[in-house]
Design a protein around this ligand. Structure first.
Ligand SMILES: Cc1cc2nc3c(=O)[nH]c(=O)nc-3n(C[C@H](O)[C@H](O)[C@H](O)COP(=O)(O)OP(=O)(O)OC[C@H]3O[C@@H](n4cnc5c(N)ncnc54)[C@H](O)[C@@H]3O)c2cc1C
Length: 467
């Protein structure tokens, strides 16, 4: 590490390097605070060339590196290595090119997701993928996690909006993938890089597609007595051929938490609420709304509120977007889960989650992207009570098993990181995992880019194959 620090002092200013133990501890975890490791060193590059010099210096010494954007990840993807270096992109926050005519923005990786929309809003455009953390998470982190958000039901995930990347490979080379045009020839390496959770290198610029802001938006809040009814209304809406921009669901416990935190005024005594947002041109939105209202009522909605103006719409979304953090109001500790199921399995799976909660005496709040079948059960516990954390972990694991049993996945958008690497064999065979390693090793033969994440270890280049 001393040799690395000396080499980095040649290319970086003193204030771009943190070596002080207390300051290093600021970076010991991401949004998943159960895991903590103090990094060996933290650096803040300003440019692609500085990133490449840092990574090259690591490669020459076989020192692992971990990229970090804003550190909001929920699977421990940016968890540092004690003997490694954390490369933080928070000082790479410039928008490098903005072309409305081409509907493209080229941004440095540390640019905050919402800042892209703010830069183009006046011209009638926005950047569509909208994680609930969009006010703080970075576009580089979004690329690494293939992040989603409420409006990804209609508009697609990050992978559908990235047309070009400049990356620094784990050997320190600068490589361009794609560009501003769509569909370049050759293998889809952007597809491989998006969602690779920092294991294939560092994205140093990101080219994204802009989306025209729709002419009209209708936001509806529908209250149901049971989660079963809300789940079946979700399936009924999609089956009717309506594709809302978003369908989000919140359980009673999550509503209680959001109410305590932001006073969003959701209907009282609701077992679940759905937020359905329709967008497009005025006439399509009007006819879709009439259809959706009918379907919501048919599935038992006992109150339906259509936002009358932007302020009411914002209040409906405030409850949903603040829900994760708000859960801290009703429980000292909680685990955020992230699993996916086919939409039609929603009623059965939600019922089984309620049974698991009952069987183990563990409360589960749920707030999720119902339209995508992307569940976010929040498993509540009090770490001060003996055995409570273990019971919560058991329920969390059982929920993931349930998702896999129903043909779903152990993660929808938060990634595998360090948290779920042990779960990967529940979805993939040893041969599948070995095949994925071939791709990883093609980018990172030295195994220094975010090692120990995503794949169950040991499973790195050059290691004996073991199941
Ligand atoms: C309250 C809250 C709500 C959230 N809501 C959502 C949601 O609705 N949808 C959703 O998808 N996620 C959500 N998240 C999770 C998180 O915000 C996203 O995963 C986000 O994309 C992480 O971005 P970040 O900049 O914080 O990345 P970090 O946490 O810093 O890093 C995440 C991963 O990306 C890698 N990485 C970071 N930058 C780069 C880079 N330039 N090149 C290569 N790899 C890199 C890291 O190594 C790590 O593996 C939420 C989180 C919170 C706290």
């Amino acid at each position: 590490m001393d040799g690395l620090i000396a080499a980095l002092r040649e290319v970086l200013e003193p204030e771009q390097i943190i070596t002080d133990r207390q300051e290093l501890r600021t970076y010991e975890c991401d949004g998943l605070a159960q895991y903590k490791v103090t990094p060996g060193l933290v650096v803040f590059p300003h440019s692609t060339n500085e990133c490449a010099a840092i990574v090259k210096a690591c490669a020459q010494r076989g020192i692992p590196f971990v990229a970090r954007g804003s550190g909001t990840g929920l699977s421990g993807g940016a968890l540092p290595h004690a003997d490694g270096i954390l490369i933080v992109t928070s000082q790479m926050r410039s928008i490098l090119r903005l072309s409305i005519a081409d509907e493209r923005v080229v941004a440095q990786p540390g640019v905050i997701n919402l800042d892209i929309t703010k830069a183009v809003r006046q011209q009638g455009y926005h950047y569509a993928p909208d994680p609930s953390s969009q006010q703080i998470c970075s576009i580089g982190g979004n690329v690494a996690e293939n992040s989603g958000g409420a409006h990804c039901l209609k508009y697609g995930f990050t992978t559908n909006h990235v047309t070009g990347l400049e990356i620094v490979t784990p050997e320190g080379e600068i490589v361009e993938l794609g560009g501003e045009a769509l569909d370049p020839p050759g293998y889809d390496l952007i597809g491989a890089f998006v969602g690779s959770e920092g294991t294939l290198g560092i994205a140093t610029t990101v080219t994204v597609r802009l989306t025209r802001t729709p002419e009209a938006v209708r936001t509806v809040l529908a209250a149901f007595h049971t989660t079963d009814d809300a789940g079946s209304a979700t399936s009924a809406i999609i089956a009717a051929g309506v594709i809302p921009a978003a369908i989000e669901m919140m359980y009673a416990l999550a509503i209680e938490a959001a109410e305590a935190a932001v006073h969003c005024g959701y209907p009282e005594k609701a077992g679940a609420v759905l937020i359905v947002e329709l967008d497009g041109d005025e006439s399509t939105v009007d006819s879709s709304y009439a259809e959706v209202e009918k379907l919501l009522r048919a599935d038992g909605a006992f109150e339906i509120r259509l936002a009358a103006d932007e302020a009411e719409r914002a209040l409906i979304w405030k409850g949903r977007k603040s829900a994760f953090a708000a859960v801290g109001r009703i429980s000292p500790d909680y685990l955020v889960q992230d699993g996916v199921i086919p939409r039609t399995a929603l009623p059965q799976v939600l019922r089984r989650i309620a049974e698991l909660s009952e069987e183990h005496g563990v409360r589960v709040a749920n707030v999720f992207h119902a339209g995508d079948g992307n569940l976010h059960p929040l498993v509540l516990f009090d770490s001060a009570q003996e055995g409570a954390a273990e019971r919560a972990a058991t329920v969390s694991g059982a929920i993931l098993d349930l998702c896999v049993e129903h043909g779903g996945s152990i993660t929808g958008e938060h990634g595998v990181g360090v948290d779920k690497s042990a779960y990967l064999p529940r979805m993939f065979t040893g041969d599948d995992l070995d095949t994925m390693q071939l791709l990883r090793c093609a980018f990172d033969p030295g195994g220094i880019a975010n090692p120990g994440k995503v794949f169950p270890t040991p499973r790195m280049c050059g290691e004996a194959r073991r199941r």
